[in-house]
Design a binder for this molecule. Structure first.
Ligand code: GLA
Length: 390
C-alpha cells in the first residue's frame, strides 16, 4: 500500500483527516544468532519492508487501535498503566505505551491505523518493528525527546516485561538505528556500534520465508535463554565472565568438562563459536572477502542446527539446496529460528533461476512453497512525508 492509500484508509475508518505518518522497518540478522542475550556482537541490518502508522489526535482521551492486517480493533481509555490482554496484535503498541507511561511521559488520545508488509512472526522482527514504530511516533507527536536508541531499549523491556519473551536488544536496535546499505556491528553488552558498508557487488541478499508457522517459539526461546544462564553459572566456578560471550572458544574448551549435561555443553559451544564467527565475518566484510563471509554463514547455520537446535527441516531444506546451487556463496537461518526465514547471498543475474529451482526443490521436500525475495538494506524508524494537504 502507498502512503496515500494508507491516508485514505485512515479517513474511511475514522471519518476524519489523518495528521502524520511514520514507518519502521523489519530486520535480518546477517550473522551472530542467539548472541545478543549472551552479551556478544551481532550483525543485523534493517530491510525496506516494515510497518506504518497513520495517526491523528483525538479529544476523547482514548487510544484507538486499528490495523489493516488484522480484524481486531481496540478502543482503550487513557490510564496510568496497562497490562497484556490476550494475544491480539495491539498488545505490542500497548506495551510500548505502557513503558512510556512508566517513564513518566504525558500522552493524550490518538486515533491510530497500523499496516505492515512484513510476514508476521516469520523472524523478520515484525514485533520489534511495531514496538519501535509506536515509541518513535509517540515521542515525535508528544515531543517526548526520546532518542531512537532509548526507544530500542524500551522495546526490549516491552518484550521482556509485557509480552514475556526474554529476548535481547538486537531486533529493536536494528530497526531503530538501521542505515541504507549498511550492516550494524553491535556490541550487545555495551551497545557500542559501528556501521559497516554492506557491499555485495554482483550478489543480492535473498530472504527466503519458509512459510513454516512457528510453534511454541516463545517458550522454546525462553528455554534456550535459561540453558545459557545455567551453562554460564557452571563455568563461572572457574572463569570470570559476565556473559557466555566473554569466554573465548579456547577457554571454553579447557573448562567444558565442568558442564556435565551434554545439552548445556552444546548450547554454550554454539554461543562461544558463533561470537567468534561474528569477529571473523567483520574482517571478511571489511576486506571485501564475500566468499569467506558466505562460508561463515554456512558454518553459523550448521551450529544453529546441530548445537543450538533451533533450525528445523524447512530451514535446513533451504540451506541444503543453497549449498548445491552454483550461484550461492552462503546461506543460513536468520532470527530466533523454529521456522521463519533464511537468508542467502545469490549471484544477481541468476536470481530468477534460483527462485524457481529452490521453490521446486523446497515444495517437493516440504509440501508447500517458500516465498523468495531479493532484499535491499534500508534506513531505520522515521517520519514519512505526508502526501495529502491537511
Ligand atoms: C529473536 C530475538 C532477538 C535475538 C534473536 C536470535 O529475534 O528477539 O533478541 O535473540 O531472536 O538471535
Amino acid at each position: 500500500m502507498t502512503n496515500v492509500e494508507l491516508e485514505k484508509e485512515f479517513h474511511k475508518r475514522f471519518n476524519r483527516e489523518p495528521e502524520r505518518i511514520f514507518f519502521c522497518p523489519g530486520r535480518v540478522n546477517l550473522i551472530g544468532e542467539h548472541i545478543d542475550y549472551n552479551g556478544g556482537q551481532v550483525m543485523p541490518c534493517a530491510i525496506t519492508s516494515g510497518t506504518w502508522l497513520v495517526l491523528a489526535h483525538n479529544a476523547d482521551s482514548v487510544l484507538r487501535f486499528e490495523c489493516i492486517n488484522f480484524p481486531e480493533n481496540a478502543s482503550i481509555r487513557l490510564q496510568s498503566s496497562y497490562s497484556k490482554t490476550g494475544k491480539e496484535w495491539f498488545n505490542y503498541p500497548l506495551g510500548m505505551i505502557d513503558q512510556l507511561l512508566q517513564e513518566g511521559h504525558a500522552i493524550s488520545g490518538l486515533d491510530m491505523l497500523f499496516y505492515g508488509n512484513l510476514p508476521i512472526g516469520a523472524g523478520l522482527s515484525s514485533s520489534a518493528s511495531i514496538e519501535v514504530l509506536t515509541g518513535f511516533a509517540f515521542s515525535e507527536v508528544f515531543r517526548l525527546g526520546i532518542t531512537p536508541k532509548e526507544i530500542a531499549l524500551l522495546g526490549k523491556k516491552v518484550e521482556n516485561e509485557f509480552i514475556g519473551v526474554n529476548s535481547g536488544i538486537m531486533d529493536q536496535f536494528a530497526v531503530a538505528m538501521g542505515k541504507k546499505d549498511k550492516a550494524i556491528l553491535l556490541n550487545c553488552d555495551t551497545l557500542e556500534y559501528e556501521y559497516i558498508p554492506f557491499e555485495i557487488g554482483e550478489y543480492v541478499l535473498a530472504i527466503i520465508n519458509s512459510n513454516k508457522q512457528r510453534t511454541l517459539a516463545e517458550s522454546r526461546y525462553n528455554e534456550r535463554f535459561a540453558e545459557c544462564g545455567a551453562a554460564l553459572k557452571i563455568l563461572r566456578q572457574e572463569i570470570e565472565a559476565d556473559f557466555l560471550c566473554d569466554i573465548t572458544p579456547e577457554e571454553f574448551n579447557s573448562k567444558k568438562y565442568l558442564i556435565s549435561d551434554p545439552v548445556l555443553q552444546k548450547r554454550a559451544l554454539h554461543v562461544v563459536t558463533e561470537n567468534e564467527r561474528v569477529k571473523q565475518a567483520t574482517i571478511a566484510l571489511k576486506g571485501g572477502d564475500l566468499k569467506q563471509f558466505g562460508a561463515l554463514m554456512y558454518a553459523s547455520h550448521q551450529s544453529l542446527k546441530e548445537l543450538y537446535e533451533v533450525s528445523g527441516k524447512e530451514l535446513d531444506a533451504i540451506v541444503d539446496f543453497c549449498k548445491t546451487y552454483p550461484g550461492c556463496i552462503g546461506a543460513r537461518m536468520t532470527g530466533a529460528g523454529f521456522g521463519g526465514c533464511a537468508i542467502a547471498l545469490i549471484k544477481k543475474d541468476g536470481f530468477k533461476d534460483f527462485e524457481a529451482k529452490l521453490t521446486e526443490y523446497y515444495s517437493g521436500k516440504v509440501g508447500y512453497a517458500p516465498q523468495v525475495f531479493a532484499s535491499a538494506i534500508g534506513g531505520g524508524v522515521r517520519e514519512e512525508p505526508f502526501l495529502k494537504p491537511h
